[in-house]
Write a protein that binds this ligand. Structure first.
Ligand SMILES: [Zn+2]
Length: 99
């Protein structure tokens, strides 16, 4: 009944990722070899634990199309990239951070 409220297509404000979105992004990343799709470096963040393995690069869930440019929380728009590439795109892309 209350589900219809979630289907707001024009939503553009930031929020935390849902568990499904989070798991999807990390699952895809693991399947693709735990590498950064941008710079191809190997990552070592353990999903759900937040552990960065020694010598590996920390990774973050990223929006392929930034929310500020009309990107959405669609699973298709989520990916995991390394901290360096994430930083290059700008902190404003991190859903957990305020503008
Ligand atoms: Zn990278």
């Amino acid at each position: 009944m209350a589900q219809a409220r979630m289907l707001n297509k024009t939503i553009s404000h930031r929020r935390c990722l849902t568990k499904e979105e989070y798991n999807y992004a990390w699952g895809k990343w693991e399947k693709e070899g735990m590498i950064c799709p941008v710079c191809k470096k190997k990552g070592g963040f353990v999903p759900g634990k937040g552990i960065v393995i020694d010598g590996y690069i920390p990774f973050h869930v990223d929006h392929i199309i930034p929310l500020s440019k009309g990107g959405t929380y669609d699973l298709e728009n989520l990916r995991v990239i390394c901290q360096k590439c994430n930083a290059k795109k700008g902190n404003k892309l991190n859903p957990d951070q305020e503008i």
